[in-house]
Design a binder for this molecule. Structure first.
Ligand code: XMP
Length: 513
């Protein structure tokens, strides 16, 4: 049964958002770079519809990404967004005009014709535009279904071929009826009946791994964070005693975390839970390293080394399981060589050495964070573990801009502990997606008890988000900020100044490095 939407990525920064919005409709989708879709044409029976993303190029440029005609043979609905629509227009012999300036930001479009994809959208509706080129003449067989200011064509469709084009971005929050438009496409036009259900995902994965990993030994990097915890519980259901969970204490964990994680997972996995204290080697290799990408690469590489060493001790290990999520993959490598811009190397993806003795399995790599939490509930994982804020693989190393040493880690751990303790006590913790502290490489002058101080400044970060791909800073009350700052400064004597980071993502990222 066709139950999947294929999103072909032409390099737009919004491609992940398309995937996200389709998932919100409980429909399964996959994103593939435009230059890596050839293999898909061997079996297309599960594809119910195709979305062509936007992209930074102009279809008029000589070397711009091209339309793959093969998708027309599949005879399934196609939606082109922005660059995707211009590709369709070019393919069907319409005319593209190049504008001197980009149309960027909010715009109002007026619906002109009875349209299947715009059903349920009011006549004049606010959308989000981000394009240079535009359609001057709609292609043969297509009708214009809406226009923006100055009669610029903003959507077209070919009813009989079920091909649609939108100049604006329905996946972006600011397109007020974007959700309805995407729902019309996947539900009414592609007619997907089989919904993506997390219980089915779980059952399929367990059945798959039972068969695929039968008789094999697997080690799992367990940090105690949501992703690796869910990964380990899922694999444990499939392979039981053949799963060995390795917890690497890299010396960059939160306050008391090492002890807490050990006590929780020893209970679950018994002898198959192994803690490795590798803090000395990590700190030695990170000494005097300032560059964020270098830090990430060093940590990634050292992690794998420690795992491989441990795996040898267990003997005959074939696989390394990791809690990699979908956004990690999208942001880390330009989609397996695809066109999306690299933002940072997440240690569990981009930092892996090319030569590895273990094969990698990533059971969660198709999921977003909120879906992983849902999966965790189905696995009966205790909510205290599931509701923990995400913690990055490189840990506090990327929360101490510049050089790292033991003393700085110790200071940051104590600051962070005060911050998180306050959030939990005042019941704000669960309103926030992720909260943490950053130790700045800056000292400033203060005054305490009539004495001059010259101590570190820290910055607090708290964001709301659904999946970490976009985020808003959390708006604390003055009272909360006053109390948090007071506690930190009174409990951590090395710090005399507390700042609050009110940057959203984008333009910032959540972590500082
Ligand atoms: P950024 O800083 O990219 O972070 O906005 C988005 C989310 O990803 C987490 N993060 C990581 N997780 N390994 C991980 O497992 C990493 O290297 C890594 N870097 C960032 C970050 O904490 C946030 O939740």
């Amino acid at each position: 049964m066709s139950d999947t939407i294929l999103i072909i990525d032409y390099g737009s920064q919004y491609t992940q958002l398309i995937a996200r919005k389709i998932r919100e409709q409980n429909i399964y989708c996959v994103v593939k770079p435009y230059n890596k879709i050839h293999s898909l044409f061997t079996n297309t029976s599960n594809i119910a519809g195709i979305i062509l993303s936007g992209g930074p190029n102009s279809v008029k440029e000589k070397n711009s990404p091209k339309f793959n005609k093969k998708i027309l043979n599949l005879d399934i609905p196609i939606l082109g967004i922005c660059y995707g629509m211009q590709l369709l227009c070019k393919e069907f012999k319409g005319k593209i005009g190049q504008s001197k300036s980009r149309e960027y930001g909010h715009a109002v479009v007026s619906i002109k014709n009875n349209s299947n994809i715009l059903k349920g959208v009011i006549k004049n509706t606010q959308v989000w535009m981000s394009h240079g080129d535009h359609i001057e003449k709609s292609p043969k067989g297509f009708i214009v279904t809406s226009v923006s200011k100055n009669n610029v064509i903003s959507s077209i469709e070919n009813k009989s071929k079920k091909i649609f084009g939108l100049q604006f971005h329905p996946e972006v929050y600011h397109t007020i009826k974007g959700k309805i438009i995407l729902s019309n496409f996947v539900n009414k036009i592609c007619k997907i009946k089989k919904k993506f259900k997390i219980e089915n995902f779980l059952l399929n994965k367990i059945a798959h791994f039972k068969k695929y990993l039968h008789g094999k030994k697997i080690i799992c990097g367990l940090s105690g964070g949501v992703d690796s915890t869910v990964t380990s519980y899922l694999l444990h259901k499939a392979v039981g005693k053949n799963l060995f969970c390795i917890f690497v204490d890299h010396g960059l964990l939160r306050f008391n975390e090492s002890i807490e994680v050990e006590s929780i997972f020893k209970r679950k996995f018994g002898k198959n839970f192994i803690k490795v204290d590798a803090s000395n080697i990590f700190l030695k290799r990170l000494k005097k390293i300032k560059d964020p990408e270098k830090k990430r690469k060093i940590i990634g590489k050292t992690f794998i080394e420690v795992f491989e060493k441990e795996a040898k001790r267990i003997k005959n290990v074939d696989y390394l399981a990791q809690g990699t999520l979908y956004p990690d993959i999208i942001e880390s490598i330009p989609f397996f060589g695809g066109p999306t811009a690299k933002i940072k190397s997440h240690h569990n993806v981009g930092g892996l050495p090319k030569q590895m003795n273990l094969k990698i399995i990533e059971p969660l790599k198709e999921l977003f964070k909120d879906e992983v939490r849902e999966l965790g509930k189905k696995l009966n994982i205790n909510s205290e573990l599931l509701d923990r804020h995400p913690f990055p693989g490189p840990g506090l190393a990327i929360r101490i801009p510049g050089e790292i040493d033991k003393q700085k880690i110790d200071i940051l751990q104590r600051v962070d502990n005060e911050f998180l303790k306050y959030l939990k006590e005042s019941k704000i913790y669960n309103e926030i997606w992720q909260a943490f502290s950053v130790l700045l490489p800056v000292k400033s002058v203060g005054v305490m008890g009539d004495e001059r101080t010259y101590s570190y400044a820290v910055s607090l970060r708290a964001v709301t988000s659904v999946d970490g791909m976009t985020a808003d800073f959390y708006m604390f009350s003055k009272n909360d900020l006053t109390e948090i700052s007071k506690r930190i400064i009174s409990k951590v004597e090395e710090v005399n100044r507390v700042l609050y980071d009110f940057t959203s993502k984008p333009p910032g990222t959540i972590e500082w490095e």
